[in-house]
Design a protein around this ligand. Structure first.
Ligand code: SAM
Length: 284
């Protein structure tokens, strides 16, 4: 049984340390042992695996990660949490807490510093929701040697990440993620298991990053920009959205050459279609 991830311990830890919960840092502490176990089980950890945790909070997830993984490197932005974390995790020696904003951290440098002896590197986290997308885009676009991400996030973002063509959730983020990783929604999580309860429900998502991309965009920056442009106004046709940013004749010729109808909406296209358009624009 986890010591930290339960309602009694969380409340006691907050009270005894006179800790002030900071909304601005997205602090919603998990208090449900079965959800914590599902997150850790979904990560499939072993002692050869090093884990990066984002926002350890009071250490509820960190505790289970220390048990299951070889080493845990946790980035926490709130300095008031550092002494509490070290106290709560005093039985463990296989972790390092770094007081740093994950969006500013040099993760590649830290991987070289702390993870020398580990074969696999995963990210496992209950994310601060106010920066879910920047964290994901930041880490995934840097092509870090991270094989798997298991993350709790707001349900709406989880649905977008796992969105399939022709559904309301499918958008530029769905395609951008699908390009890099296989995404699976592990479970939905009600807001009631957090202290304090957030305004939204949550879900745990696992991303298994492709070792080799099944399909490759020649220019990944152009690919990202193209995706955003294709979905810039959901209700408009592909042609209308693209013609706002690219030369109209070029778009007409591209769509004709690739056999894509200009009157479709981006939401019906597949990853393959977007990569073909991107590579066409790179080469023509
Ligand atoms: N892992 C804990 C749990 O499951 O109970 C806490 C999760 S809470 C949703 C998010 C945590 O991320 C908080 O501890 C918060 O202080 C931390 N945090 C917020 N912004 C951060 C940032 N930019 N970099 C690192 N940590 C951050």
């Amino acid at each position: 049984m986890p010591k930290i991830g339960n309602i009694g311990f969380v409340q006691k830890s907050i009270k005894e340390n006179q800790f002030k919960i900071k909304k601005k840092f997205g602090q919603n502490f998990l208090t449900d042992a079965s959800i914590l176990k599902r997150i850790v089980d979904a990560a499939m950890l072993d002692k050869d695996t090093a884990v990066i945790e984002i926002g350890p909070g009071l250490g509820a997830l960190t505790e289970l990660l220390c048990e299951a993984a070889g080493f845990v490197l946790a980035y926490e932005i709130d300095q008031d949490l550092i002494p509490i974390l070290n106290q709560n995790l005093k039985e463990y020696t296989n972790y390092k807490i770094v007081l740093e904003d994950i969006l500013k951290a040099d993760v590649l440098r830290d991987i070289a510093l702390y993870f020398k002896e580990y074969k696999k590197i995963y990210v496992v986290a209950n994310l601060p929701y106010y920066i879910t997308t920047p964290i994901l885009l930041g880490l995934l676009s840097k092509n870090l040697p991270i094989e798997r991400y298991v993350m709790m996030m707001q349900l709406e973002v989880a649905d977008r990440i796992c969105g399939k063509p022709s559904t309301k959730d499918y958008n530029a983020l769905s395609v951008w993620i699908e390009y890099r990783a296989k995404a699976i929604k592990i479970c939905k999580v009600p807001r009631s298991v957090f202290v304090p309860a957030p305004n939204v429900d949550s879900a745990v998502v696992r991303l298994d990053v492709y070792e080799e991309l099944p399909i490759k965009a020649l220019d990944e920056e152009l690919f990202s920009k193209l995706l955003r442009q294709c979905f810039v106004q959901r209700r408009k046709t592909l042609y209308n959205n693209l013609s706002l940013a690219y030369d109209k004749d070029k778009i007409n010729k591209m769509l004709e050459d690739l056999g894509i109808s200009p009157s479709v909406r981006a939401e019906v296209l597949s990853l393959d279609d977007f990569v073909r358009m991107s590579n066409y624009l790179t080469q023509n």
